[in-house]
Write a protein that binds this ligand. Structure first.
Ligand code: ZN
Length: 151
């Protein structure tokens, strides 16, 4: 991983050890359970979306590898206060970035801090670990009550 490897490692370790928004929201407007059977990552994302489509609160619970946990933690911190439509735009950009279809250094995007995960595209088996949080959040927004699986 050539892209800012040291910073990447630090952020992963930090968020894995001290995940942000790691709690349950009582009576969330949206929630979804997501699994990545390939690795064993298992998370539930909770959201409170206001009448104006702002993500007023977002949290998660679950277990998994350091990449899935830190990606979910970073995502919750990133999405809190954002509009649902902006979350969908960033989901799309994040997904394309980890698949190697979007180079955040060359193409305009809204990824900000999430650009740290750009190096994951060199590790195909870990892409689903990084993207599980996003698939689960979109599943919650789309009211996928059956949950989502990366398989
Ligand atoms: Zn994983």
């Amino acid at each position: 991983m050539s892209y800012n490897n040291e910073l990447y490692q630090q952020v992963i370790l930090d968020h894995n050890k001290n995940p942000r928004n790691f709690r349950v929201i009582d009576n969330p407007t949206h929630s979804c359970h997501g699994i990545n059977p390939l690795c064993g990552d298992d998370i539930t994302v909770y959201l409170n979306v206001g009448d104006d489509n702002t993500i007023e609160d977002i949290s998660f619970q679950g277990s998994g590898c350091a990449i899935s946990k830190s990606s979910t933690s970073l995502m919750t911190a990133f999405l809190k206060g954002k509009k649902v439509e902006d979350a969908r735009v960033v989901f799309n950009e994040f997904h394309r970035m980890v698949l190697g279809e979007l180079d955040p250094e060359k193409e305009e995007n809204h990824l900000g801090k999430l650009k740290l995960f750009t190096g994951i595209r060199e590790y195909p088996s870990r892409i689903k670990c990084a993207s599980l949080a996003w698939h689960t959040t979109i599943g919650a927004l789309d009211k996928k009550s059956e949950g989502i699986s990366t398989e």
